[in-house]
Design a protein around this ligand. Structure first.
Ligand SMILES: [Mn+2]
Length: 350
């Protein structure tokens, strides 16, 4: 079996009862408009993954069948790209009162469990769907084999409120360090590194060590759901496990970066052009939407794009390292339309 890494992302399609809020997308994750935002990201994630990584297996984890859940053109594209579908129910969901935001991010534990059971599988690279591939992963295969797990560690300047006592999405780094030490006997050497949940790559062997730890942490997340300073997101789980298993901090930071391209917090920079993967949380409803529509409306098949042509599109549509005046105007107009749409909707309801 080939040892070439499988490139994967995931989507959980919430029903009405499980809906929760995702700050950069919207208030109700069960609505089709909300889910289409993610489907467009998935389309561009896999298109860019395929164009830059023609030999890698591509995998989509989803709690429903793609054929019945995806917009038809995106479902068809995934087929053309050779994306393998893994239908996997979400079994790790915090109770709604504990998770008004990001209610389904512990799906990654379901994915770990599924992957750990694969005999002799090649490594798995699991990324958020709001990521765009810019280069092949091949140069990092040897590092992944050597280190067994690669993670993206947020630098203090990339993360607001980085100090020990401050809660990062609901949990302090001090508490993460304490849990690693108390539960697994190994804390951080110095500062507690905070791992971004948007990127992880690991071997089956590493995953089999991590999975029972993730299950223990999941039990704590449930037991402490009503408590302040406790596990709330997959990032907390990744951060604790990484320390406990001695993953070298920052070992994927030359591969991927969380790039903010919106008005108040923009941090894109020229060096981002050297990265392999861009994580673009603020482009879900802007760059991803427009780039997908541009490709969908084009005569030629998007699969025929060269890596260079694709990169020049993603650079322009995502505004990295700089947002051009046309994108700035379109983003602004889209924001205004969204506000108007929202208030019109409220007006009808009232
Ligand atoms: Mn993301």
């Amino acid at each position: 079996m080939s040892l070439t890494t499988t490139i994967a992302t995931w989507i959980v399609l919430d029903g009405k009862a499980e809906a929760s809020e995702y700050p950069s997308v919207g208030v109700d994750s069960s609505r089709p408009e909300f889910q289409e935002v993610y489907w467009r990201c998935i389309a561009l994630f896999f298109l860019s993954a395929r164009i830059h990584n023609p030999g890698n297996e591509l995998q989509l984890y989803c709690n429903r069948r793609v054929a019945e859940a995806a917009p038809p053109r995106i479902g068809a594209l995934l087929g053309d790209l050779g994306v393998t579908e893994v239908t996997l129910p979400l079994t790790h969901r915090l109770p709604p009162e504990a998770a008004s935001r990001w209610g389904n991010v512990f799906y990654e534990i379901d994915i770990l469990r599924h992957f750990a059971a694969q005999e002799g599988a090649p490594p798995l690279l699991l990324a958020d769907s709001d990521c765009i591939w810019r280069r092949p992963f091949a140069p990092f295969e040897a590092r992944l084999q050597a280190e067994q797990c690669l993670l993206y560690t947020l630098r203090p300047e990339d993360q607001k409120n980085y100090q020990g006592e401050v809660l990062i999405n609901g949990m302090s780094r001090r508490r993460m360090a304490a849990m690693a030490e108390e539960l697994f006997g190994r804390g951080p050497d110095g500062e507690m590194p905070f791992q971004g949940g948007e990127f992880s790559a690991f071997t089956v062997g590493w995953c089999r060590q991590a999975l029972p730890m993730a299950e223990v942490l999941w039990d704590y997340a449930c037991a402490e759901a009503e408590q302040p300073d406790a596990i709330r997101t997959e990032e907390h789980v990744w951060s604790i496990i990484a320390v406990a298993l001695g993953v070298r901090p920052y070992n994927a930071n030359d591969i991927v970066r969380r790039i903010w391209t919106n008005y108040d917090a923009a941090n894109a920079r020229p060096e981002d052009l050297d990265l392999t993967l861009w994580h673009l949380p603020s482009e879900k409803k802007f760059g991803f939407r427009r780039m997908w529509h541009a490709l969908e409306g084009a005569q030629a098949s998007p699969l025929a794009l060269s890596p260079e042509a694709l990169n020049s599109m993603s650079r322009r549509f995502m505004g990295v390292p700089q947002r051009g005046p046309r994108k700035a105007a379109l983003d602004f107009a889209a924001k205004i339309r969204e506000r108007l749409g929202l208030s019109a909707g409220l007006g009808r309801a009232a």
